[in-house]
Design a protein around this ligand. Sequence first.
Ligand code: NDP
Ligand code: MG
Length: 387
Amino acid sequence: MAETDKKRVIAILGSTGSIGVQTLQVVEEHPECFEVYALTANERVEELIAQARKFQPEAVVIANEAKYEQLKEALQDLPIKVYGGYEAICQIVQSQPIDIVVTALVGFAGLRPTIEAIKAGKAIALANKETMVVAGELVNKLAHQYKTPILPVDSEHSAIFQCLAGEADNHIEKLILTASGGPFRTFSKKELETVTKEQALKHPNWSMGAKITIDSASMMNKGLEVIEAKWLFGVCPDDIEVVVHPQSIIHSMVQFADGAVKAQLGTPDMRLPIMYALSYPVRLPSTFGRLDFTTMKELTFEAPDLERFPNLQLAYHALKMGGNMPCVLNAANEVCVSAFLHDKIKFTEMSRLIERALQSVDYQLNPTLDQLIATDCITRRTVEGWI
Ligand code: NDP
Ligand code: MG
């Protein structure tokens, strides 16, 4: 950013998570560019206290109200405002000084704070892909109405966003989302029946929160990203292709009308897309790792196997159906991932339950926010009933 620019004031929702912590590392890398106004967490109060003492934000919020007293007491010697409860997250994002809200909380919980931030005219650095999956159309309308940018943090979408810089209205023929394939890329259908959560939690290339790590192992992450890409870049589902690229060096690609393909490459380090979203359109210097093409042995590509990983197909199906179906897909997936992490269902049962949810929950065209909240609730109850 130009030296004359004022510091960008940011709120980090989910600051104790994988993306939240890395966002704070980006702030530390460029304290002259960014100022932390608010930090929020759900459970990990000790981590939030340590972050608050270090970064001295104006305010902190702990969603779990049972931890509020502990947080308040631990910070009483500092002039930091302390709040408890999920509603407080929806309110803090509206604070006047905030320029950018980083949505690094996980799951459906990201939706309402994102909407409130947009309505307050804040730029969104979007990590919480579930928001766009559940309510992409509605969120886009609001962002347009309130003239706020939605800047992608997800590495694939950041890659596409970077490839589109300078392309103005040039027609996109195809988006090519790369996928690592996860830890079970080479597993047979039979082997997938017995995989454990410990195996699923070991991602080959990225270190992330538990939910997205399971999503990556089941390919649901790529399905959610296809839906996210549709709403961020306005392309038809059929013009979004997924290619498995196990090395995670090419973060995604755009093919244009003339057949030219642009790609963005980098080490698998989320701090780069986070920083680009925060400093856009400027590229700030970084000390993060660099690619060394002389030691890189190979970049390989293969088609995703939809039979072994049906989630990707289910996501395309939900996207093409539209209405509240992506919301059903997301809610069913959140319940299944949690059940798998609690050893209540097998890995392969997740896809079966999600498919059943898509067939069972009533379809609604053009759902309102309240109808989406109701869809989320009904789907959760339905799938929990089956488990
Ligand atoms: P983590 O699980 O590591 O962190 C989630 C954060 O959200 C934590 O701070 C957590 O608080 C908070 N949180 C969880 N539930 C709630 C809730 N109900 N209300 C308020 N806060 C809540 O997740 P990640 O950082 O891995 O992922 C965050 C988002 O970013 C997800 O949507 C994910 O899909 C997306 N993303 C992540 C990537 C990654 O590399 N990790 C890459 C691309 C996208 P606490 O810690 O206190 O429990
Ligand atoms: Mg991604």
